[in-house]
Design a protein around this ligand. Structure first.
Ligand SMILES: [Zn+2]
Length: 105
């Protein structure tokens, strides 16, 4: 019995959100890093396994959630999101090198 799930996850991983997206540190649509763009207006667009995911207010939020302002939910402050992300990253230190960049131009 062969499971389709491995094939599935391999395909899905191509467009899978990054760690930063899962933790609300970057836009799930355009990838803007909110840590380096503190003025970006991030809106909660979905609830991921790790917590709410965010997208920029406007086009990105609408693409991600269907509404230009996302869900009716206030995101955590950026500093808090960074703190959580880094606390978790420390816990998983050593396994964080899964980013395979096959062909560097
Ligand atoms: Zn965006």
């Amino acid at each position: 019995m062969y499971s389709q799930s491995s094939i599935y996850s391999r395909c899905a991983s191509r467009s899978a959100p990054t760690e930063e997206m899962l933790w609300g540190l970057s836009c799930v649509v355009c990838g803007t890093d909110y840590r380096s763009a503190p003025t970006a207006d991030a809106q909660v667009v979905s609830r991921g396994a790790e917590g709410p995911t965010l997208a920029c207010r406007g086009v990105c939020a609408r693409l991600a959630s269907g509404s230009a302002t996302g869900l009716d939910e206030t995101p955590l402050p950026l500093t808090e999101r960074v703190r959580r992300y880094e606390a978790r990253a420390r816990k998983h230190a050593g396994q964080a090198q899964g980013d395979q960049r096959g062909s560097a131009a």
